[in-house]
Design a binder for this molecule. Sequence first.
Ligand code: EPS
Length: 393
Amino acid sequence: MLRYLTAGESHGPALMGILEGLPAGIPVRLERVNAELARRQGGYGRGRRMHIERDRAEILAGVRHGLTLGSPIGVLIRNRDWENWQDVMRVEARPEQPPAERARARELTRPRPGHADLAGGVKYGHHDLRNVLERASARETAMRVALGAICLEFLEALGIEVVSHVVAIGGVRARTEGLSPAELAERAAASPVYCADPDAAQEMVVAIDRARREGDSLGGVFEVIAVNVPLGLGSHVTADRRLDARLAAAVMGIQAIKGVEIGLGFGVAALPGSRVHDEILRGEGEVWFRRATNRAGGLEGGITNGEPVVVRAAMKPIATLYKPLRSVDVVTKEEVAAGVERSDTCAVPAASVVGRAVVAFVLAQAVLEKFGGDSLEEVRRNRDAFLAAVRSF
Ligand code: EPS
């Protein structure tokens, strides 16, 4: 079973991650991992923190001479900002003397509506809400992107491509009908907001500037598409093996995500069955059947059906507002304005990179469950044998 665990506070010394269960022999290019990290740091609407960080993955275990060993892969990403936070984030107990003014200034007692601050503080008994926000922060997604990039290497070695792009920010929607996944990815790569529609992208930038001026923040929607995914990943037999449920959980597990759709998603509710389901036709290629449309987003009964897997996610606006909402101080119990931390105005482009990474992880997991093996070659053999069975079914 493929699994991972991350650790690390936003302003601590580093983020750590362990990815375990990948077979041996997968090519891993460090520059590829770092390119994903750089992309996650970018996107119009990010804050000043991203001028400080220059995320680089250090692979400390599990890869040798550019290939996975089959052993746990250990990754470290250092937080450059740590230098400015050593006193605030020190591991050792605080000295008896009153804490340094800087440390005191960075205590957070005014929970931000929309953040984990209040519920997390009450739950864990922290009156300094920094003890919650440091881990709730989306900084942690840097590690998920690094581990996801290694999963992308595995999927690509099997011919599976995963792309992502931004489809909406602050109510501005992209028009991308008719573009192939490869075209979507190429256009998104050239866009300041990772959006494949240049006109919409321009409007998104204007909307982000306006939100920043007004001390506000913006959310949006991104889409992840996986192509060349073999039929048969996931299963209908139990709820926890349904791949759509697992993809939704992984994507919902990204900070600030409030909605996940697969295929038509919420669109299925208003349409008749004749406009929701994908007709089955005789195929002319190697496989004897094909689908007329892909409204199901590549998943039926929790099983991939051979069509592209399409997942969309709605991200709420960042919870830190420079023009803060009302709140209550957890120490004084007075009504106050919510705390203000340095933050981003819009992180939807970054979230699209994270979305791609977590979808890659879930697909890699599902591939290994179906075609498991200890080496890439063994996985390929198992996959090829199954695809031959599909053709002759
Ligand atoms: C974040 C607040 C900001 C973001 C951070 C997520 O951090 P800071 O308070 O240090 O300015 O920059 O995102 C990252 C550091 C990152 O790497 O994505 C938050 O509260 O979630």
